[in-house]
Design a protein around this ligand. Sequence first.
Ligand SMILES: *[C@@H]1O[C@H](CO)[C@@H](O)[C@H](O)[C@H]1NC(C)=O
Ligand SMILES: *[C@@H]1O[C@H](CO)[C@@H](O)[C@H](O)[C@H]1NC(C)=O
Ligand SMILES: *[C@@H]1O[C@H](CO)[C@@H](O)[C@H](O)[C@H]1NC(C)=O
Ligand SMILES: *[C@@H]1O[C@H](CO)[C@@H](O)[C@H](O)[C@H]1NC(C)=O
Ligand SMILES: *[C@@H]1O[C@H](CO)[C@@H](O)[C@H](O)[C@H]1NC(C)=O
Ligand SMILES: *[C@@H]1O[C@H](CO)[C@@H](O)[C@H](O)[C@H]1NC(C)=O
Ligand SMILES: *[C@@H]1O[C@H](CO)[C@@H](O)[C@H](O)[C@H]1NC(C)=O
Ligand SMILES: *[C@@H]1O[C@H](CO)[C@@H](O)[C@H](O)[C@H]1NC(C)=O
Length: 666
Amino acid sequence: MDLKPRRGGGRKMFRGGLAIVVGISLIGLYFSCTVLQDTMNIDRLFHLATSGNEPGSANGADSYLVWSHKCQIPNLDPFDESIRKFATHAKPIICSSKPPLTYVTVVHEGAHKYLLKLNTSAVAHYAVHPENVNCCYSVVTRVNGPDGKEYSRTADNYYSVSECSDFDTEVALHSEEEFILVRCFKTTTRGTKREVYKNTHAVVPVKREVELKLNKSNFEGSSVEKKRLSVFVLGLDSVSRLNLLRTMPKTVHYLRRNGWLELLGYNKIGENTLPNLAAILMGLSQVQMKKQCWVSRYEKFDNCPFIWREFSSLGYVTAYAEDEPAGSTFNYHKTGFVVPPTDYYIRPFLLASEDKLPVKKRASLNVCLGPTPTSEHIFRYITDFATVFKSALYFGVCWINNFSHSSNAIPATVDERVALFFHQLNETGAFNTTFMIFLSDHGMRWGDIRRTSIGWFEERLPFIYIWVPEWFKQKHPDFYKNLKTNRNRLTSPFDLHLTLREILEGSRQGNTTWIPYGCPGCPKCVSLFSEVPAERDCEDAGITANWCTCNKYRPMPIEDEASQAIAFHILSEINSKLKKAANVSASCAELTLDHVISVKRKVPMVSHDDFIVTFDTFPGGAVFEATVRRSDGAFQLKGDISRINSYGNQSDCVDDAELKLYCYCT
Ligand SMILES: *[C@@H]1O[C@H](CO)[C@@H](O)[C@H](O)[C@H]1NC(C)=O
Ligand SMILES: *[C@@H]1O[C@H](CO)[C@@H](O)[C@H](O)[C@H]1NC(C)=O
Ligand SMILES: *[C@@H]1O[C@H](CO)[C@@H](O)[C@H](O)[C@H]1NC(C)=O
Ligand SMILES: *[C@@H]1O[C@H](CO)[C@@H](O)[C@H](O)[C@H]1NC(C)=O
Ligand SMILES: *[C@@H]1O[C@H](CO)[C@@H](O)[C@H](O)[C@H]1NC(C)=O
Ligand SMILES: *[C@@H]1O[C@H](CO)[C@@H](O)[C@H](O)[C@H]1NC(C)=O
Ligand SMILES: *[C@@H]1O[C@H](CO)[C@@H](O)[C@H](O)[C@H]1NC(C)=O
Ligand SMILES: *[C@@H]1O[C@H](CO)[C@@H](O)[C@H](O)[C@H]1NC(C)=O
């Protein structure tokens, strides 16, 4: 997710009472609360989180995750004193005090079919006389934009809602009906109707188009017999590896116990979700993507080379589900897609749910859609997708922002739910057929924790776990061995792209014309099924100096002339960015240097003289951080300038995602 919070500046964010409601039943979501007990049993958490956490072992360098001449990433303590205070607890959010009145269930009559049902035993919660309650349902459909050149920036936001058709206690859904809005009314003794219930349901029917595709693809038998992998990418936004250990010990325990593989040296390559996800899904750097298929934010993403398109043309069923549609990766201050990018695309459902249902917010995110926690819809959708297409091949991407984007603490409240989600996914048989990546894009990018030195590492080192089905391990023992070796190597999203590409080419087998492939964003990157070179530096892995965690930096005195000069250099870069955005600058203040907060210099100085500078500005108190290289006496900015505190409502006068980082509206 690319949104920064509009409300609740840095500080507040971590204090807020946070927590959650988790629906547990598979059909018919109900509420039960998982509340983290106080700031709490840190010791118990710590024990759970660290058991089996052997750090990098190469060269016996136990205190490093990655250890080579070119790269040393320290193994930091997730419960270090400096960040322990950020492991706060959360209060429950109750989406509804009543059980849902409707649910969907599946019947197998030759094919997979959905029934929308009224829960008659819940009616009493809504009316004294159950016979006076009547329900109707509408179908929500995406309104596709025109295929040609003409489209507006809002093309991805249209949906239609059909008229409400009455139903009694159950109704069978048609195979083109994916998203349902239900309303129930109570007839009063005076004969007037009053709405007592409103909810939405998303289902995964085998649509005609998809059935055609499956009929056409010549893959016979189950995935295991086919010896081809399905792929699933599940992302939780903004969770560092250390924050996963702190806040989701049950999930971590589950993953480790069940043989998921972890990559300890996985380093982000860009600021927020878009560049990191684009690197995985397209193999392009942000600059390349902008050149090749996304010239400006007014441009649609339809022309970008998402790898799911290639999987789709091989007969894979595709899905992309991201929550928080207003802030989602391809839509936040962007145009999104004019034509749905995948066979299954949940966006219209979420938009309609947000518009039609009462929404509950926490930390600026929509945590409840009517009676249901938003993430519950997503989990359910994914489990359904995996169930419906268990004997087909699929490529799914799911990205969840809701509970982690704006808070370090909230993930704790969904720990149990995520672990349960994996159990449910296991029951679908997905673990026998699917290569899964469970990961984040980066850690917390702003706020108090980000100002600690561990927070600097956390921003750059997201968690990542990989699941490989048993048959695949047996068929390719070398691939599996390499994956394990790569645990303690420096890796990046570009390596993941190549891994997906290798799976794709593996599935293409038999086609004599298979094309050699590479990764434009990182020519030296490799598929994780090969051994990543031990002696690899950030440049080899497509990671720019500002995101690189391989090096040590030592503080320099901030009063130094050099320190001040570096800060002024970055400040002038920011001001010239603001000036360049000609129309906008009228409303953005010119920034002046308030304080240099810190300057650090890379040690030892091998090939480059690099510095990290942090300073704040006036007006507005923005805190910026940048990496600067000095060569031949001149300074050169390396990578992006980070804004490490929240801009809140200061930048409301601009709607460009980058300018928002810098603009203080006058
Ligand atoms: C129906 O509602 C009752 C509560 O009134 C609940 O116990 C039951 O689990 C619900 N059934 C389904 C299928 O959701
Ligand atoms: C797909 O194949 C099945 C079985 O051969 C057939 O019944 C069905 O009509 C086909 N579907 C489409 C959309 O062509
Ligand atoms: C899936 O469930 C089976 C049976 O309960 C269990 O043995 C296995 O470890 C589980 N696998 C994963 C990856 O959760
Ligand atoms: C969002 O997170 C909250 C906790 O803050 C949780 O109660 C809710 O279930 C989540 N909902 C969605 C939509 O993810
Ligand atoms: C997964 O495969 C194992 C053996 O390979 C089998 O015993 C198990 O039933 C399968 N699980 C599912 C849910 O299909
Ligand atoms: C083989 O690959 C080429 C190039 O990707 C593609 O055009 C062709 O349709 C493929 N043939 C089959 C049978 O998959
Ligand atoms: C600047 O403003 C003019 C008129 O208000 C508008 O036509 C133009 O597109 C704007 N340029 C940019 C870069 O926003
Ligand atoms: C901006 O946010 C601050 C703090 O949250 C608040 O005090 C102020 O009134 C807001 N200003 C506007 C113009 O909304």
